[in-house]
Design a protein around this ligand. Structure first.
Ligand code: PLP
Length: 266
């Protein structure tokens, strides 16, 4: 029946993220990425933004209790094969969620979202500390961009390849098993640095001139989580995550290349 989308019954992913009602970023982008990859998606809401393609109007954080109640309700009933976190709002939410994730046996992809591409803050001041102290040590993979990496490391990162390698290693020392540093433009290409155990590789992609990139970070981390959910926990761990990263990076690069323009802004 070609009216039916094939969703694998065991491929289940959960996003813990904020709402972008315009559907470009946040949990809406995550759920679309899950569905696009044939994965059953669930979402725990952490904060509500009022926004459209022109910008973010208001951000309202939910209470840590309400976030955790959602998490407990879904996870106790429908265990996910992969979890992704996006905008978490407050240090208190980050710490509570980190506590919950301690008991979780599936891979966890942490996208340490801090500001929207419109410049609106999506976490409070306590968030960076909470990431460092509680959530990063429980992450299988973190996917910071350069700005987020600098905030997490509390220092500037230089422009040479060695500077990026050093930063990636320092991020791994904060506790996550693996790091995907989205370094941005480098030598005319789009560069990511990936570190697993002590193997560091660069992933180089063609740059596509567009400013239609709202939600690209969300979509990347969610696609990686979806591909992990599709793969088997029996597979060798590191190659399993690496394959999901390779797929996600290529898929989002392709999506950016063909990104249409919805609305009057980004
Ligand atoms: N999460 C929410 C709720 C957002 O509104 C945004 C950006 O506006 C993001 C995450 C981050 O989006 P991006 O993938 O563009 O970094």
């Amino acid at each position: 029946d070609d009216r039916r989308v094939t969703i694998s019954p065991q491929a289940i992913a959960l996003t813990i993220a904020g709402s972008d009602p315009s559907g470009g970023a946040g949990l809406q982008a995550d759920l679309k990425a899950f569905q696009q990859n044939g994965v059953y998606g669930m979402s725990v809401v952490t904060l509500i933004t009022v926004q459209n393609s022109l910008g973010v109007g208001r951000v309202e954080m939910l209470s840590p209790e309400l976030v955790c109640e959602q998490y407990d309700a879904v996870v106790s009933d429908i265990p996910p094969r992969a979890i992704k976190t996006g905008a978490l709002g407050t240090g208190a939410i980050i710490a509570e969620i980190a506590d919950r994730l301690d008991g979780c046996d599936c891979p966890i992809v942490v996208d340490p979202v801090m500001v929207s591409k419109h410049g609106a803050p999506l976490v409070d001041d306590a968030a960076v500390m909470a990431y460092r102290d509680t959530l990063l040590p429980r992450a299988t993979l973190i996917t910071p961009n350069r700005f987020e990496a600098e905030r997490l490391l509390d220092r500037k990162i230089g422009g040479e390849l060695d500077d990026l390698f050093d930063a990636t290693k320092e991020l791994q020392e904060l506790g996550p098993e693996m790091v995907l540093l989205k370094a941005g433009e480098f030598d005319g290409s789009q560069l990511h640095v990936f570190l697993a155990s002590d193997t560091i590789v660069t992933l180089t992609l063609e740059r596509h001139p567009t400013d239609q990139t709202q939600g690209a970070g969300c979509s990347l981390a969610a696609t990686i989580a979806a591909r992990i959910a599709l793969s088997s926990p029996e597979e060798a761990h590191e190659p399993r995550i690496r394959a999901a990263v390779d797929f996600g990076v290529a898929a989002v690069n392709h999506a950016i290349r063909f990104a249409p323009n919805y609305g009057n802004g980004r």
